[in-house]
Design a protein around this ligand. Structure first.
Ligand code: NAP
Length: 259
């Protein structure tokens, strides 16, 4: 159901050569597009997700396109695993310049039926994961006095969405976390921003089913779902050296949905 109605035009191009980027949730969807985009612009990409096979396929694609990437299988909600993964990335690449916290899940259901497990799984992956990665990756960034952190939030965390109390809370929390960490790290030349996508064609939205997606398309002023590369280019800009005075912000990329 992923839409292919938007042929990517001339894509944004920046020079990330010599930079090291961690991308979580890089095994598919938006995260894979972000990883491929950062690599295409010269970054060495440390690709994080749980599914090692899918990560291997991404690494192969990046290398086939002439880029550099390495897989680091890891559950972002596991504190010990995150610490050792960031250590392994620094060991492999020598530093971290860019962190994109993109890994995320949904477990949608209305509040009265929301189980503890559904609440905990979403908060752990979508909010604890970015906290753990920012805590670990900010250390090498502070030492080198440079860094770009981009957190993938959601419009659901800004306006709410029935059936997503866990997800909306995790993304609203991520926005608060973004703004606070931005203020803590600004003096070290580290910027921290969020991108808040609307509805983007991916396995996550495919799960909504064709009838609901048709309704969504009618509600979106752009009359279509967004595509992963449209989020990846927003991330690329925020991750670039030129976005140096832009921090503690949320860039909404939603075809006009909440504008
Ligand atoms: P997706 O296709 O379901 O991909 C999710 C990614 O997150 C996968 O690579 C998955 O890899 C990874 N992931 C999930 N749990 C993980 C964990 N515990 N540890 C490590 N990696 C984990 O979703 P998507 O649509 O690309 O969404 C990417 C991000 O954009 C999410 O944060 C999502 O909330 C946000 N977003 C999406 C939309 C949309 O319309 N698609 C809208 C707003 C915001 P493994 O399963 O291999 O671990």
């Amino acid at each position: 159901m992923a839409e292919k109605n938007q042929t990517p035009p001339a894509r944004l191009a920046v020079d990330l050569s010599g930079q090291v980027a961690i991308v979580t949730g890089a095994s598919q969807g938006i995260g894979r597009a972000v990883a491929e985009t950062l690599a295409a612009n010269g970054a060495k990409v440390a690709a994080v997700a749980r599914n090692a096979e899918k990560l291997a396929s991404l690494v192969e694609a990046v290398q086939a396109a002439g880029g550099e990437a390495q897989a680091f299988p890891c559950d972002v909600a596991d504190a010990d695993a995150v610490t050792s993964t960031v250590d392994a990335i620094v060991e492999a690449f020598g530093k971290v310049d860019i962190l994109v916290n993109n890994a995320g899940i949904t477990r949608d259901t209305l509040l009265p039926r929301m189980g503890d497990d559904e609440w905990d799984a979403v908060i752990s992956t979508n909010l604890r994961g970015p906290f753990l990665f920012m805590r670990a990756a900010s250390r090498p960034m502070m030492q080198q006095r440079y860094g770009r952190i981009v957190n993938v939030a959601s419009v659901s965390g800004m306006i709410g969405n029935p059936g997503q109390s866990n997800y909306s809370a995790s993304k609203a929390g991520l926005i608060g976390l973004t703004r606070t960490v931005a203020k803590e790290l600004a003096g070290r030349k580290i910027t921290v921003n969020a991108v808040a996508p609307g509805f983007i064609a991916s396995e996550m939205t495919e799960a909504l089913g064709p009838a609901l997606l048709d309704e969504v398309k009618k509600r979106v002023p752009a009359k279509r779902l967004g595509e992963a590369w449209e989020i990846a280019d927003a991330v690329l800009f925020l991750a670039s050296p030129s976005a140096s005075y832009l921090t503690a912000q949320v860039m909404v990329v939603d075809g006009g949905l909440i504008g």
